[in-house]
Design a protein around this ligand. Sequence first.
Ligand code: KMH
Ligand code: ZN
Length: 309
Amino acid sequence: MRKVIITCAVTGSIHTPSMSPYLPITPADIAQQAIAAAQAGAAILHLHARDPSDGRPSFEPAVYRQFLPCIHAETDAVINITTGGSVNMTLDERLAAALDVSAEMASCNMGSMNFGSFPVLDKLKVFKYEWERRYIESTRSSIFRNTFADIEQVFERLGSTHGTRFEFECYDVGHLYTLKHFVDRGLVQGPLFLQFVLGVLGGIGPDPENLVHMKAIADKLFGDRYQWSVLGAGRHQIPLITQAALMGGNVRVGLEDSLSIGAGKMATSNAAQVTLIREILEKLGMEIATPAEARQMLGLKGRETVRLP
Ligand code: KMH
Ligand code: ZN
């Protein structure tokens, strides 16, 4: 029976505290929700940090170290640290936490792009913290920067030096060709783990035929040397990842990607989304990969290599 890897992206940097009372902000909340997500079946935890005082995205290794040891001690899930950070961080800042713990896995974003969350301002008018409105509005004019040189640095400083493997975030078909370019240059080796990201404003849209096309192009470029997963932004999350699983892929859920669960209901936790997709997959006759199985499928360096107590 095929094993499906569930990744849970616990908090991210796109959503802000006023959008959902369930979005984990403090280190204690992030740890608690991450552990519950792992217990519900997530083999990989994709993690960002937030400033405990007001929830703004943080890159500080010291803040990560307020929740990572607890997650590492309580679960054997793969800890996957973002290098995407948030749009206004420098590359050094974005790499700091993954370097600090010699991460087993880290995200790697495969191209510079627009990344707009500003349409939410049409509906969201009341903010808990003043930074939120400015931050969301800034996505109208900022660029999510991931140049070829930036990506080379991620490979060199994390991949070559630490043996970190990557969740390659591909927001459009062109990003697959960029990854192929780096594979051809020998800068990254398989098994590759591609995350197809559909539904971000600035990336490919959340249409089922786009997913079919991205998979077809990835097959052509990478043959059988890759694993793939899908995340659907917002309300497209569950339908798109169910399609992905039926097509042979893995899935990503989490409040980083969607604050809702099913049709228009607010998700009260990350674990609730993990449980929902787990039930769907099991009803479809699939099995959920354990962290050990995910490590084997993705050729990871192992939990004990991470610098966490
Ligand atoms: N927020 C997602 C659309 C990263 O952390 O590197 C993509 C993401 C980026 O997870
Ligand atoms: Zn992320």
